[in-house]
Unconditional design. Structure first.
Length: 232
């Protein structure tokens, strides 16, 4: 019987774990690819305390994929109108950009309203292709496309336990204070994290409106990209 040094065994284990989730990165559409690279160059803007929260998200992704081959990340805010959509979309892009397989993303609210048109506009300015079959209905469905090689993300407002959201075994990520306070227990969640974002709604109807939405989009992009960079 041959015995191998412990350090070899550890190295092999790490390699297997890394290969378990790695694939070829998805080619992002232009100009979204340039926008993404710009956000990645800004990781030094993320405060140390915030990096700790994002590292927890990365750990959840790593542990879930290692245990079962996939992770369901469910981003939750009050109305599923602004911040939860940004977080879902950018987590999807971050995983694709790093070639991390098995990441399923969802978003929901404690109540359903509509995906805010200002978020739709901010996503367009960032470089996403956003389309909808009907924008004159109370709760339109938007196809948000980030790559010609991937299916679009279908976005509309829904309660967090409404289909197509998962009913059990997911990681709930609370992205606003109200949802965090109003949902001390999230039905079906296996784990729960809190990564809060300031609501860009505060600038609605002001001259700063577009800038505020662009800033929030950039912040969420920067932070989701950072979290997933910890996995590769």
């Amino acid at each position: 019987m041959r015995f191998y040094p412990l350090v070899w065994i550890l190295a092999i284990s790490v390699a297997v774990s890394t290969n378990l989730i790695a694939s070829e990165p998805v080619k992002l559409n232009e100009p979204l690819a340039d926008y993404t690279k710009q956000r990645q160059s800004e990781f030094d803007q993320i405060p140390v305390s915030r990096r700790s929260e994002l590292a927890e998200l990365a750990d959840q992704v790593r542990d879930a994929i290692a245990a079962g081959g996939q992770v369901n990340l469910h981003f939750i805010c009050t109305h599923n109108s602004r911040r939860s959509h940004l977080a879902q979309i950018w987590a999807t892009v971050a995983a694709a950009d790093r070639g991390i397989e098995g990441v399923n993303t969802f978003s929901g609210g404690t109540e359903a309203t509509a995906m805010n048109v200002r978020i739709v506009a901010a996503l367009g300015r960032a470089g996403f292709d956003v389309a909808t079959a009907a924008s004159d209905v109370p709760n339109p469905r938007y196809d948000v496309r980030y790559s010609h090689a991937a299916s679009p993300i279908v976005c509309f407002s829904k309660v967090y336990d409404q289909s197509p959201n998962p009913s059990a075994g997911y990681c709930a990520v609370m992205v606003c204070s109200d949802a965090d306070a109003n949902c001390p227990v999230v039905r079906g969640a296996a784990t729960r994290l809190v990564i809060k974002y300031v609501d860009p709604k505060e600038s609605d109807g002001t001259p700063q409106e577009s800038d505020t939405y662009d800033e929030r989009c950039a912040q969420v992009a920067r932070e989701m990209l950072y979290a997933f960079s910890l996995l590769s």
